[in-house]
Each structure stands twice: as C-alpha cells, then as structure tokens.
Design a protein around this ligand. Structure first.
Ligand SMILES: [Zn+2]
Ligand SMILES: [Zn+2]
Length: 257
C-alpha cells in the first residue's frame, strides 16, 4: 500500500456507520500502518461527538490498539471552524487528550457570538444555497482560516474550501509556514488544478485522507489520486505517501525524537 496512513475517518460516535474497532480492523486488513479516528467536533449541531462520550471513545481506541498492535491508532477530532476570528470548538485542555487535530469548515456549527451567527454562519449558508460569493465573504473566510492555523496546533486542514469560499493559495502558505497539512480529501476536491499547481510550486505539504463514513471507504482515495495524477503533484509533497507524517501538535508535545 503506497499510502501508509489514513488520518481522517469517522465512526458511530458522530455520523459514521462503523465502530472504532471495525475501522482499525479494516486498516489492519489493508496493511495501513496508521489510522486516525476523527469524529466531528463538539459544536456541530447534528453530528457532534458528545463530550460525555469521549471517555468511551478513548477506551475503544485503547482496545483496538491492544487487538491490532501493528496499527498505530490516533484518537483525534475533526474540529469545527466556528468564528471569523478562527476559533475552533475545542478547549485548550482538550489538546492533551487528543492525539491529532483535524479542522475544517462545516455548515451547521454553533458560533461564538451573535455577530458570527450573521457574518459567518448565515453568510456562508447563503453562499451554499446561492453559490454566489462576495469579495467580502471570501476575505473574511480567508482570514478565519489564517487565524485558526496561526492560533491552534491544527495538524490537518480538512477539505479546504468546501462550502467556504477563500483564497486557498494564501491558506496553503499559512499551512506550510505553521506545519499544517493541506488535505486532499477522499470525498471531493474544492481547489482548482491551477491553484494546486501553484501550491506545488511553493512546496506546500499535502496529506491524502479518505474521510470515510463507511467501513468500505477506509483508505479509499481514488478521487485525490486522480487529481494527483492529473496535476502531477510530486510525491515528495505528500506526507503519507510511503512515509509517516510528523504532526504539528505532536511536535509541540515533544513526541518525536
Ligand atoms: Zn468534514
Ligand atoms: Zn470528516
């Protein structure tokens, strides 16, 4: 298997259809060396992991690690971008309990303030309905991404640009600067080929993930693979191609040699 890890998978703790154990078993069957369980963050209105369920998730991950010691299992979370200031929906102390931080924009997320409700939640909801974006919205969203990447130890920016118009070149530069991987997502692509080419020219580091919500989709990356082939993204820029990525939050915690 050319991709050594899948760092974005969901389970029944949010709206996936498989259990932690099943995801890890599947990863083992596929010969993956690493897998991350990254269910939706706490402030998603419909698919959030409940804080009270987190200890059970942790226990499930520990059981899966014991049963499949050949797979390195990360307990992560796909946190939600929740304000124009780049807030994300975990607390400082949550970082210690998480092995990996994925972050993305999702539509149905509780915002922090009334102003964010209008300028972030409603403004992007309107974009998602009409597909019409304004320069102001794009600038605001770009700012939200940049501040989030700057302020938090985000390891992977999930599906950048999905439902969220922004200057993705600017965002990818911040990713490179702070050590956040720019995801090529197994479910879809929201970046133009021309922009991806520019990012390659600047040496942005990508990561290829399935974003699986079903067991059979673990490690399924044919969509990003087609983009890699078409654009000619060099494999040395793909953090999980025949190597294991080093994650920003884990560098900060001093977990690497
Ligand atoms: Zn997502
Ligand atoms: Zn996801």
């Amino acid at each position: 298997m050319a991709y050594w890890g899948d760092y974005h998978t969901h389970t029944v703790y949010s709206h996936g259809h498989s259990t932690v154990m099943q995801n890890v078993e599947r990863a083992a069957e596929m010969g993956l060396k690493e897998i991350a369980i990254t269910d939706h963050g706490f402030r998603h209105m419909m698919y959030n992991v409940r804080r009270t369920a987190f200890p059970d998730m942790k226990k499930d991950v520990e059981e899966a690690r014991a049963k499949f010691p050949q797979v390195n299992v990360y307990l992560g979370l796909e946190t939600n971008l929740s304000s124009r200031k780049g807030n994300i929906d975990i607390l400082e102390e949550d970082f210690d309990n998480l092995d990996l931080i994925v972050c993305g924009y999702h539509k149905f997320v509780r915002t922090d303030s009334f102003a964010d409700y209008w300028k972030f939640f409603i403004a992007n909801m309107a974009y998602n309905i009409t597909k019409i974006s304004t320069v102001r919205l794009r600038n605001r969203n770009t700012d939200a991404y940049l501040r989030a990447i700057e302020r938090h130890e985000i390891d992977i920016l999930s599906h950048p640009g999905n439902g969220f118009p922004a200057d993705l070149i600017e965002v990818s530069r911040a990713c490179k600067f702070y050590g956040t991987y720019f995801e090529l997502n197994g479910k879809g692509n929201y970046v133009s080929d021309a922009d991806l080419e520019k990012m390659c020219g600047e040496g942005v580091q990508f990561i290829v993930d399935s974003d699986a919500h079903d067991l059979e989709r673990i490690g399924e990356v044919s969509k990003p693979q087609a983009i890699i082939d078409r654009v000619g993204i060099p494999y040395e820029l793909i953090a999980n191609w025949e190597k294991l990525p080093k994650f920003r939050s884990r560098i900060k915690k001093g977990l690497y040699e």
